[in-house]
Design a protein around this ligand. Structure first.
Ligand code: R5P
Length: 274
């Protein structure tokens, strides 16, 4: 397609986040302290990022991490998906009361390839968070920055097709360029409901390497463009083995069993992150 038909800046940045070669991505989610403070695997966030950044396609993280936890020698080596909403903590039962916390100018100054906004559909703050999304889209698109919408589920929301497809489709309709959601049964229906907007899947709580790889495999086979995975990588006993195995599932269509061979082959040099 000729460039003149494209929204060039947006597409160029999306190409940095999702490989145009295979339309897939392994995003590494390291944004957890924004609402839960000290997090297992991220107590030395600089070390975690330095160890895992070479293996991801894009790092999803926060302003604080970009400022303080990405060493100068690797800064700029991978695109950043900058989280730009927050305002709550795990100390409060209701997590949905978020606001935009980072301006689009700051995101541009930090060379963000995209910005991420959480929406809490069905929560008491549903409208506020959808408007956070649309406000950020209205601003970011002026500068050619794609917005990724995170369908946050809080502590109580169901993770079934009905809920997740509803939340994801609302994000697409709002104008999100990438949607991040959770895997569920009949996931292909969610992907179709949001097409052609790319969908990435969050990892969720740390489970086990085979389970997380199975989830990643089912997601991409159902049409997701990849994962935006955090705890199942950096909280694993073998984080490098895990991210390499996830890459194999996402980019090479390896089965979880085949990918486990890659995981095991790195076990000797495994280094658990604190
Ligand atoms: C979700 O709202 C945040 O972006 C999370 O920090 C991220 O989704 C967590 O990734 P994971 O569930 O794979 O640890």
């Amino acid at each position: 397609m000729l460039n003149s038909y494209l929204d060039v800046g947006i597409q160029s940045r999306i190409n940095r986040i999702i490989s145009p070669k295979d339309n897939r991505t392994v995003m590494l989610a390291i944004d957890h302290p924004y609402f839960q403070g000290p997090t297992t695997g991220l107590h030395d966030m600089s070390k975690t990022i330095k160890m895992l950044m070479p293996y991801c396609d894009c790092l999803m993280t926060t302003r604080g991490a970009v400022r303080h936890n990405i060493s100068a020698d690797v800064l700029g080596s991978k695109p950043i998906m900058l989280r730009v909403t927050g305002g709550n903590s795990v100390l409060f039962e209701e997590l949905s009361d978020e606001r935009i916390t980072v301006t689009i100018k700051e995101a541009i100054r930090m060379d963000a390839a995209g910005v991420a906004v959480s929406v809490f559909i069905g929560s008491p703050n549903q409208q506020r968070t959808i408007l956070n999304l649309t406000d950020m889209i209205n601003e970011a698109e002026e500068y050619g920055i794609p917005v990724l919408a995170v369908t946050a589920v809080g502590k109580t929301m169901a993770r079934d097709l009905r809920y997740l497809a509803l939340a994801s489709r609302i994000c697409q309709d709002a104008g999100a360029r990438i949607i991040k959601t959770y895997y569920c049964d009949e996931f292909d229906k969610l992907v179709k409901a949001c097409a052609p907007t790319p969908v990435v899947v969050a990892g969720g709580k740390h489970s086990s390497a085979p389970e997380a790889l199975e989830m990643a495999y089912k997601s991409v086979q159902a049409g997701a463009v990849g994962v935006d995975m955090g705890r199942n990588i950096f909280q694993d006993d073998n984080p490098i083995g895990m991210i390499k195995a996830v890459r194999a599932v996402v980019h090479d269509n390896m089965t979880p069993k085949e990918a486990m061979d890659i995981y095991q082959s790195c076990a000797g040099e495994a280094c658990k992150l604190e």
